[in-house]
Ligand binder design. Structure first.
Ligand SMILES: Nc1ncnc2c1ncn2[C@@H]1O[C@H](COP(=O)(O)OP(=O)(O)OP(=O)(O)O)[C@@H](O)[C@H]1O
Length: 562
């Protein structure tokens, strides 16, 4: 294997390929199963990197990648990182205009995509102005550029087959992908590795540049959580995590799931994949997990291979946790992992501790656990403006609700082409920087974080601010209410209920108001609206778009129809 200090993600995956070439790196589930071993993936990455280089992809080149989840996507990401090119990872489920906006800021020079993505590039103007290298994964039609297949064939023709050249036990060194672009330096830890985006649940998604050292720090922090065992099958409903699994020596099981509409998966098929491939670690967002767990609980199904279930992306509601625990073996860990695109992961908590913490502190929000080793979290007073530099008096007294700020080796670079958002999210502090999470909460006497809600979603009621997670956790589990969201219709706090099918709304409303009346924090809440299906973020389908819901509630309650 090449000893160049390419991305840690790649070098680690390559190390696995050298040590255990026959271990499965990737298993595609669903109706058209396909798999690839670490050895096969490594060979494919080498060939594909050479093909991409031949197609004009260069180190440092920002490259949009719009390819369906599968072995090919994994190979392409690893190949780009190996070349030192910079994948631009935009969420395909965003509205078209939002995708265009994301890509305009990233100004990618290369565009690799399936035919549908290529058509969108032309018709919807996705990176159309900037992308001069165009590679189609699949058949090319009326758009310019090359196909990946043709480039692979050409690269193969240029690369001598070592087995043909030197028969015998010691094969000649193969021309590597880096060899295909001679004279170009290997990426360093400080080089840009990829551009991710925030999920856009509180506004337009922001571009997050991650350097190779940030990815390494993420991998190390994740490794500390002991979620993944080498050789063990891991299924992540969030595809980029599946790539991390490859660096940790696991087998990434890719479910049959449309990343444009992740919540519309077939729970029976997902449960079947988990059982069939003996998945031991499952990563999922809360709403997806809830859907899977409901399916299993209704059928008395236990997913007996699961050892760990990791949940991330939004608070883990207790009713969801209960359902999950009912369909995994008693010894399985359920772990809620807290973090953000700009600094992942930050904290984690085991399900059993979460249940105990909630029982002892009802209405205190969601316990996120202590910060991970190497991650420092402080709580500062709530302000909506920028903070020019760190000062000791920014922090609030212990136990007080404020905004979480984080310092860790995984904290990304400033946002892409967005100085305003950067000024609002960063506090310089000598040679380090604090990332403002935009999340409110407090630190308890055990050093654990408690999430109270997003800063931008707090409700400025006349009697004082109300925090969404303080209120919603108290009302979770009221019969007939699938989810409850607190929003402000102007200054008026309104409870919006997403009902379970088959319940009478007047009874659900009565149940919500009765539960609210039992707690001082919610006793004053009187207004209840029903919304059939909450608007949610494109990536996890789990973060409630309370800004959208608030505008809807304001219109609705003005109109008087409740
Ligand atoms: N375990 C968790 N518990 C509670 N909230 C979580 C958890 N994990 C993630 N979150 C929420 O997700 C946020 C990070 O999400 P992400 O980076 O995907 O983008 P976003 O902040 O939602 O997007 P935008 O900034 O564009 O609105 C955190 O700040 C937090 O609010």
């Amino acid at each position: 294997m090449t000893p160049v200090p390419v991305s840690e993600l790649v070098t680690r995956a390559e190390r696995w390929a050298a040590d255990r070439p026959d271990t499965l790196a990737c298993q595609v589930g669903g109706r058209a199963p396909r798999s690839a071993s670490y050895g096969e993936m490594a060979r494919s990455v080498e060939e594909t990197a050479a093909a991409l280089a031949l197609g004009g992809v260069r180190p440092g080149m920002r490259t949009v990648l719009l390819v369906r989840p599968g072995v090919e996507l994994g190979v392409l990401v690893l190949s780009l990182l190996r070349l030192g090119a910079v994948p631009v990872m935009v969420d395909p489920g965003l509205p078209y205009a939002a995708v265009r906006r994301c890509l305009e800021r990233a100004a990618p020079e290369a565009f690799i995509g399936v035919p549908l993505a290529q058509a969108a590039r032309l018709a919807l103007g996705w990176a159309r102005r900037t992308s001069r290298v165009v590679i189609t994964v699949g058949p090319r039609r009326f758009w310019p550029g090359s196909t990946l297949d043709a480039l692979r064939t050409a690269a193969r023709d240029l690369t001598p087959d070592p087995r043909a050249a030197t028969p015998g036990p010691t094969p000649a060194p193969r021309t590597t992908a880096r060899g295909a672009v001679p004279g170009l330096p290997a990426p360093e830890p400080g080089d840009l590795a990829l551009i991710a985006y925030t999920s856009g649940s509180t506004g337009p998604p922001k571009g997050v540049p991650l350097r190779h050292r940030h990815l390494t720090a993420q991998l190390d922090l994740l490794a500390g959580l002991e979620l993944i065992r080498a050789g063990a099958p891991v299924l992540s409903t969030f595809i980029p995590f599946a790539l991390g699994a490859a660096a940790l020596g696991a087998t990434a099981v890719l479910p049959d799931l449309d990343p444009r509409r992740p919540l519309r998966f077939d729970p029976a098929a997902l449960a079947a994949d988990i059982r069939r491939y003996r998945v031991s670690t499952l990563f999922a967002a809360p709403a997806l997990l809830d859907r899977l767990a409901r399916h299993c609980v209704a059928r008395g199904l236990v997913l007996d291979s699961l050892e760990t279930v990791a949940v991330a992306g939004a608070p883990l509601p207790l009713p969801t946790l209960d359902r999950v625990r009912a369909c995994v073996p008693g010894a399985a860990r359920v772990l809620s992992v807290y973090g953000a695109t700009e600094c992942l992961p930050v904290a984690a908590i085991e399900g059993a501790e979460l249940v105990a913490a909630h029982a002892a502190h009802r209405g205190a929000g969601t316990c996120l656990g202590p910060p991970l080793p190497g991650v420092e979290v402080r709580v500062i007073g709530v302000t909506d403006g920028p903070i020019a530099r760190w000062a000791g008096n920014l922090t609030v007294p212990p136990g007080t609700v404020g905004e979480f700020v984080v310092s860790s080796p995984a904290v990304s670079d400033p946002y892409l082409e967005d100085p305003r958002a950067t000024a609002l999210a960063r506090i310089p502090d000598g040679d380090r920087v604090w990332h403002r999470m935009g999340d409110l909460g407090r630190l308890d006497e055990h050093g654990r974080l408690w999430f109270a809600g997003r800063k931008s979603e707090r409700v400025r009621a006349p009697d004082g601010d109300l925090y969404t997670d303080h209120v919603e956790t108290l009302l979770a589990g009221v019969p007939g209410a699938r989810r409850v969201a607190l929003v402000g219709a102007g200054p008026r706090p309104v409870l919006v209920v997403e009902p379970e099918p088959g319940f009478r709304r007047d009874l659900v409303r009565a149940g919500i108001l009765a539960e609210a009346a039992r707690h001082p924090r919610t006793a004053g809440l009187r207004e209840v609206l029903f919304h059939r299906r909450f608007p949610v973020d494109a990536r996890h389908n789990s973060k409630i778009r309370r800004d959208v819901l608030a505008a809807w509630a304001a219109r609705r309650s003005r109109g008087g129809s409740r």
